[in-house]
Design a protein around this ligand. Structure first.
Ligand code: ADE
Length: 240
C-alpha cells in the first residue's frame, strides 16, 4: 500500500471538513512497516501456483494489531476491501458510520491470505462489480461515504437524509440558472414556486428515473398510495 495515495484525498472536500471539525480521525498505517524481513516483503506467491501475489498473513495481523492499539480501546470493526466482498450499500454505510472505530485493510488485486480474514475477524467489502488494481480507492470511497454521515459534517443535517438511496430511490433532476440554455428549458413547474406542485413533480421524476434506470430498487418496495398513483401515471405515459 502506498500511504501517499491518501494524502491528497484526505486533505480535500468532505473528508477534510470532517477531520478539521474533529468529527473523523484517520491514521494511515503502511503495512510494509510490519514486514518481518529486512526487505519489507508484504506479499508472496500463491500456494498451488497461479498469477499474482498474495498478501502475507503475519504482516497484516501485525499491522492490524497496531491499528487496534491506535483505537485506544474503542470497539473496532475491521473491513477488508475486495471485489469478493459484500457490496457496500447506503444502509450498510449508515450502520458502519454509527459504529465507534473502523479498520480498513486495503487488499491488493490478487487478495490477502484467507487466514488473515479469520484472524482479524474481518468483513469483506466491495464497492461494486468491477476490479480495481488495489483496495486504496475503495477505502477512500468507503471513508467518504461514512464521513458525510457523521452528525455535524454536512452543514444541513437534513441533506444526508434527503439523499437518493437514503430512501432507495434515485434523485429527481435538478437545475439552476439560466432557465433557458440553448433552447433547453427548465421545467415550468420549478419556476412557478408552488411548493406542493414541486414536491409532487420531484417525487414523480424520482420514481420515473428509478423505474427506467434501477427497476430493481422498486421491486419488493412498500409503496405509499401517492407513489403507486404516480407510478401508474408514469406507466400509462410510457405505454401510450
Ligand atoms: N479491490 C479491487 N477491486 C475492488 C472492489 N471492486 N471493491 C473493493 N475492493 C476492491
Amino acid at each position: 500500500m502506498n500511504p501517499g495515495f491518501f494524502e491528497g484525498p484526505l486533505g480535500e472536500g468532505m473528508i477534510r471538513i470532517a477531520r478539521e471539525k474533529g468529527l473523523v480521525d484517520t491514521a494511515i498505517i503502511p503495512i510494509r512497516d510490519f514486514a518481518t524481513d529486512r526487505y519489507g516483503t508484504t506479499d508472496d506467491t500463491p500456494y498451488g501456483g497461479g498469477a499474482g501475489m498474495v498478501m502475507k498473513v503475519d504482516t497484516i495481523v501485525a499491522a492490524h494489531g497496531h491499528a487496534l492499539k491506535l483505537a485506544q480501546g474503542l470497539t473496532a470493526r475491521t473491513l477488508v476491501t475486495t471485489p469478493q466482498g459484500r457490496t457496500l450499500t447506503q444502509d450498510w454505510a449508515r450502520e458502519l458510520a454509527g459504529g465507534e472505530h473502523l479498520v480498513l485493510v486495503c487488499g491488493r488485486y490478487k487478495g490477502i491470505d484467507e487466514r488473515a480474514i479469520w484472524a482479524l475477524q474481518a468483513e469483506e467489502v466491495s464497492i461494486g462489480d468491477y476490479v480495481l488494481s488495489g483496495g486504496e480507492p475503495a477505502a477512500l470511497v468507503i471513508l467518504d461515504a461514512l464521513a458525510r454521515l457523521q452528525p455535524g459534517v454536512l452543514g444541513d443535517a437534513e441533506s444526508a437524509e434527503a439523499d437518493s438511496f437514503s430512501e432507495a430511490l434515485l434523485d429527481a433532476p435538478v437545475y439552476t440558472r439560466p432557465d433557458d440554455f440553448r433552447g433547453q428549458k427548465v421545467p415550468e413547474v420549478l419556476l412557478r414556486g408552488n411548493h406542493e406542485e414541486i414536491r409532487r413533480w420531484r417525487r414523480r421524476e424520482a420514481l420515473r428515473r428509478t423505474r427506467e434506470r434501477r427497476p430493481d430498487l422498486l421491486s419488493g418496495r412498500n409503496m405509499s398510495e401517492e407513489d403507486r398513483k404516480l407510478l401508474n401515471e408514469i406507466e400509462e405515459e410510457a405505454g401510450s
